[in-house]
Design a protein around this ligand. Structure first.
Ligand code: HEC
Length: 132
């Protein structure tokens, strides 16, 4: 295969991955809108992601496990297991599966804030993460 066709194929693959992510986030945000939430704000998601909340006697935030730089990997604060980077720009698997996003938003909001995130908050977080 020529270098040009490899480059073209690479570009196509990247475009396809980006589309899968965009479709999955659009899909989940549409479900959240159907619950009355929206419009979603990346800035509000950024603020929420970095906000510290005292839960179970310690200051917790989404960065506790995912780390300060989302283009780098994180480390699970209780199990010590490494976590792949959250930014979809460096980790194409991120935000590509609605069920996975729902499952972890549920678990992680509960662990971090001691409550579920509202539909609005979930949509805002996704709006923020998709820009990374
Ligand atoms: C106690 C550690 C921990 C904290 C704190 C945490 N997460 Fe996570 N998160 C994980 C783990 C573990 C996974 C699943 C493994 C993986 O996908 O790397 C995950 C996965 C996710 C995913 C799935 C992304 C995808 O599509 O692959 C989302 C979304 C997410 N977290 C959002 C959040 C948000 C929002 C917060 C703050 C409210 C948060 N996380 C705080 C550990 C944590």
């Amino acid at each position: 295969m020529s270098k040009t066709s490899i480059a073209v194929l690479g570009g196509l693959l990247l475009a396809l991955t980006t589309q899968v992510q965009a479709a999955a986030v659009d899909d989940l945000q549409a479900q959240l809108r159907a619950q009355g939430a929206g419009p979603f704000s990346a800035a509000a998601g950024d603020t929420l992601w970095h906000s510290k909340s005292i839960h179970a006697g310690e200051a917790r935030s989404c960065a506790s496990c995912h780390g300060a730089d989302l283009t780098k990997g994180g480390r699970h604060v209780t199990t010590g297991k490494s976590i792949e980077p959250m930014a979809p720009s460096v980790n194409p698997q991120r935000l590509s599966d609605v069920a996975k996003m729902q499952k972890w938003l549920k678990r992680n909001c509960h662990w971090t804030f001691g409550r579920q995130c509202t539909a609005q908050e979930q949509g805002d977080i996704l709006a923020y993460l998709r820009t990374l």
